[in-house]
Design a protein around this ligand. Structure first.
Ligand SMILES: [Zn+2]
Length: 474
């Protein structure tokens, strides 16, 4: 177990965009009963489950009656109890990991608001929250205690209405038969696309659509999924998670947090000379993240390419231009359907895009005005012309940018994800091709930036640029 805790801590520290997925298991340790476990509410009382399934239709048929029943019945009081429970050490560890900048978002199945109470700022409550009401018309949410429901009952003014649009307010908790609120479903998908690490805590992830979230990450590849659960789950058995730390989240998460703090402390203490230099062979290459070539600035940053506000971002597309995994999927997701529509027209006109070529489309909802789609080679061992095809993908993208008079372009690391091009080799081709192009052509391009999602890619690119600088110094 100790080894797994160290592994999880090290994976967290090395991640760029970690998110947590939590379920009932993390809250049972705060005394909240689960529903489907051996002593679960529904296992012991199947009638209650049947009633719950009818909840949403009942509400839609008669919102006023539903509210009257709820306020006058004991259900209200059991919700009252839920409001008294306190977060446990597991919730606190997650809040602390967010504060350290390691976890960027927590998506929870729980309706108990315990992540919020523990101080986690970015929480997506997939199944709603027991302390909130939600407007069925505009989707706005309000704290339940802003409404005097007893008084509304006495004055015959139920259901409560939305202060913003006068729509009907329902408990924010998602009922059976009710769709996951669109905003939460969409934001959860975005987070799942962005993450390179997912910490699954206290959920067997069997209830869809929530259960699809870790599976999307697994199919997308290039991300680590760590599971902390009392027992092995379908995620463990189907190989969705990379590894399982078996036990209580309230015990394991704090141990991981301690180890993360120790690792962070160790890093901070490294003298800067060893921190900034990597040895390769006998030479010590200094990583470089910014240089100027003629009047163009070339830089390397860590981050998400879909957030860039350069004139264009480059998409590592496939020949069909119909979207795919990794960067490609993230760009289409963030940019909206307009980009795909334009890509379809491009393919209708000129056919599929051959490897090493590039085309341009509008940027849809992205900050960048344009997307340059290029197709990198799939790595087949290195003897199928992969380096030249990869160089061509970078060169053609720059050529398209120059032809369209653009002044700034952001590149992802092309081919090194799903297409398996080795990272160090890919970084060398990328930096060499771009620097050579900028040296040999005078164009409208004043800024080129490599935006790298993973720290390992960032390290490879800054070393490759460092080596380039050493060679021109010699
Ligand atoms: Zn409203």
């Amino acid at each position: 177990m100790e080894e797994l805790i160290q592994r999880a801590a090290s994976d967290l520290v090395n991640s760029q965009y970690g998110i947590a997925l939590t379920g009932a298991g993390i809250s049972t340790e705060s005394g909240i009963p689960d529903f489907r476990g051996p002593a679960g509410v529904w296992t012991l009382n199947p009638d209650a489950e049947k009633r719950a399934y009818q909840g949403y239709q009942e509400f839609i048929d008669d919102p006023e009656g539903w509210w009257k029943n709820t306020i006058t019945s004991s259900a209200m009081h059991s919700l009252g109890n839920l409001e008294q429970v306190r977060p446990n050490l597991g919730h606190q560890a997650i809040a602390e990991l967010e504060k350290m900048g390691i976890l960027k978002c927590t998506i929870t199945q729980n309706i108990d608001a315990l992540h919020e109470k523990a101080g986690t700022v970015k929480v997506l409550e997939y199944h709603g929250s027991v302390i909130k009401l939600r407007c069925l018309s505009c989707g706005a949410r309000f704290k339940k205690d802003e409404f005097d429901l007893e008084q509304l009952l006495q004055e015959n003014r139920l259901p409560p209405s939305c202060p913003e649009c006068r729509g009907i307010l329902k408990s924010d908790t998602v009922f059976f038969g009710e769709a996951i609120p669109g905003d939460v479903a969409e934001q959860s998908l975005e987070e799942v696309w962005k993450c390179d690490l997912m910490l699954v805590c206290g959920t067997s992830a069997v209830v869809f659509p929530f259960a699809s979230l870790p599976r999307i990450v697994r199919e997308r590849g290039a991300a680590t999924i760590i599971e902390i659960n009392a027992e092995a789950t379908p995620l463990t058995e189907e190989g969705v998670s990379d590894y399982l730390l078996q036990g209580k989240t309230g015990e394991i998460l704090p141990l991981i947090l301690e180890e993360v703090k120790r690792l962070k402390g160790q890093r901070a203490c490294l003298p800067s000379s060893t921190n900034n230099k990597h040895s390769r062979g006998q030479n010590v290459t200094k990583p470089t993240t910014e240089i100027s070539i003629r009047c163009t600035r070339l830089s390397i940053v860590g981050g998400d390419i879909t957030d860039q506000n350069t004139d264009a971002i480059v998409n590592a597309a496939n020949s069909s231009l119909m979207g795919g995994g990794g960067v490609d999927g993230a760009i289409h997701l963030a940019g909206g359907p307009a980009i795909l529509e334009e890509c379809k027209q491009i393919v209708a006109k000129r056919g599929q895009l051959p490897t090493g070529q590039a085309v341009i489309s509008g940027g849809g909802k992205l900050k960048a005005r344009f997307v340059i789609h290029t197709v990198g080679p799939v790595w087949q061992g290195g003897n199928e012309g992969e380096p030249e095809l990869l160089a061509s993908a970078y060169r053609e993208s720059l050529r398209v940018a120059a032809e369209n008079d653009l002044s700034s372009v952001a590149f992802p690391s092309i081919s090194t994800g799903d297409y398996s091009y080795p990272m160090d080799g890919g970084a060398a081709v990328a930096t060499e091709t771009v620097t050579t192009f900028l040296k040999e052509h005078s164009t409208s391009i004043k800024e080129v930036v490599f935006v790298l999602f993973h720290s390992s890619a960032f390290d490879s690119y800054s070393l490759a640029l460092g080596e380039y600088c050493e060679n021109i110094d010699d």
